[in-house]
Design a protein. Sequence first.
Length: 316
Amino acid sequence: MTAIWSNPAHTVPPISLTGDSGIDRAAHHRLDEAWLAAAWSHPTTRVFVVSGGQVLIDDTPDGRTELVMTPAFEAPLTEQHRYFLGTDTDGVRYFALQKDSLPGRMDESARPAGLREAGQLLGDRDAALMAHAVALENWQRTHRYCSRCGERTNITSAGHIRRCPACGAEHYPRTDPAVIMAVTDGEDRILLGRQMHWPEGRFSTLAGFVEPGESIEQTVRREVFEEAGVVVGDVRYVASQPWPFPSSLMLGFLARATSVDIRVDGEELHEARWFSRDELRAAFESEEVLPPSGISIAARLIELWYGEPLPKGRPF
Ligand SMILES: [Zn+2]
């Protein structure tokens, strides 16, 4: 029995994109066109452009990184692609504007960034606004036609619903649940795998999509057995993370293996190994294993078991 299993209050390391944003999504305003029009033209309202999953970010003189936002009157207006994201505690309203390209910037330090990069740099408020906008944009770009009758649909609810003018169907942004799990065995080793397309040495937790008719605990057991041939018993939920690449919700678990023999599927996983903490530390030091980098909950799940922050990973 290890600390992470015996102590339910064990602290989960901070997970990117899940911090306290201070934003109230204020969904009750989404269908109120008069309210939205007034909010749009209010001088304190802030707007940022999202295009192809990217936004403009900029560094502040005091060393922080922020979304580049303008008052709405400076932002180009196309109501069809105006997403209302919410209000903060000062009453400032936030919108994202979906465009075919990012605006040019006079300020040379402003630069385009996707969520994988920006999510590590932005504060909680801006990271949450960006994750919301990128998730909506991903859905809007790929769900333009009615899945019932094939007609082109119209955007409504300030970017949160597409309505079909022919059959009346309403379509909502989709979120696909996926599980990601730190599997440990009776000797308190962790199971890490390397996917087929990953570079040599990069290992991380196993993960997979929830299938129709499954509970998420069943998904954890099925995925670990399918990918690595390891049988899982107890499963405990840890935390979740929005993962709009393009539309997932990552559900993080601890999972306890009841078998240790590994048989990788050779389709998703190229290799899987059990690591003790000492073995993983030595593998990091020799660079035989590259620590997971970036904003993913995977690194946090490994740290929960490892007991300390992982070495800084190289981007891959
Ligand atoms: Zn339709």
